[in-house]
Design a protein around this ligand. Structure first.
Ligand SMILES: C[S@@+](CC[C@H](N)C(=O)[O-])C[C@H]1O[C@@H](n2cnc3c(N)ncnc32)[C@H](O)[C@@H]1O
Length: 199
């Protein structure tokens, strides 16, 4: 079974293409930004973090791979000040910088505000992927708030899933949200493919 970060990337992959618009709401050490930069060539890629250390790590990682992105030192709750085009996909990997200062972590209020803004910018074919960490005190409150928000989204407009290791205590989990039209167009593509295969 895939770990949450691998599962999150697998959800993103079908949405990765040339000339798209992508968002990493929490750049950290840059692994998710690198994944998007590698898989979405010639795209507009925005990555946010409040720590200079994260920008340094991510800039260094991207340079090693001869890739680039718009690295923004600001809270993701202000993403609408920078991102003006509809998004193909967005990922938020919440919590604190791995091997960094654990007291600088995402918080329920700003995370909620950021994901609401990201969802409002999402294309009809887009996906929003959230990796939540309820295993630390602030993370528990944040994860609950994000899950409650996602559960309350109109089911006639959005498909929402949770990927969760239910026999563990407070494991990290993934929430993913897509417009129902995205699912419909994927099904239509599949029917087209099937009819091509048959003929
Ligand atoms: C788990 S790490 C992200 C991991 C990262 N995506 C990677 O691939 O390495 C969470 C990051 O969120 C950042 N962060 C905390 N509050 C934030 C905020 N309000 N806006 C943007 N980033 C924030 C932290 O500084 C930390 O670097």
């Amino acid at each position: 079974m895939e770990q949450v970060l691998d599962f999150a990337k697998r959800l993103l992959l079908p949405h990765c293409h040339f000339h798209g618009v992508y968002l990493d709401g929490t750049m950290g050490n840059g692994q998710d930004t690198l994944f998007l930069a590698e898989n979405c060539p010639e795209s507009l890629l925005y990555a946010f973090d409040i720590q200079e250390e994260a920008l340094f790590q991510t800039r260094t990682l991207l340079a090693k791979h001869h890739l680039a992105a718009c690295l923004i030192r600001d809270s993701h709750e202000h993403l609408d000040h920078y991102v003006k085009k509809p998004l193909d996909a967005a990922i938020f990997n919440f919590g604190y910088l791995p091997n960094g200062d654990k007291t600088i972590a995402t918080t329920a209020d700003s995370s909620l505000s950021a994901v609401q803004k990201a969802l409002s910018l999402l294309k009809d074919t887009g996906i929003l992927v959230l990796v939540c960490y309820p295993g630390h005190p602030a993370g528990a409150e944040e994860a609950k708030a994000l899950e409650n928000w996602a559960r309350a989204l109109d089911a006639s407009a959005y498909n929402v899933i949770k990927y969760d290791f239910i026999n563990k205590h407070q494991p990290p989990f993934v929430l993913a949200i897509e417009h129902r039209t995205a699912k419909k167009s994927a099904d239509t593509d599949k029917i087209d493919m099937d009819s091509k295969t048959e003929s």
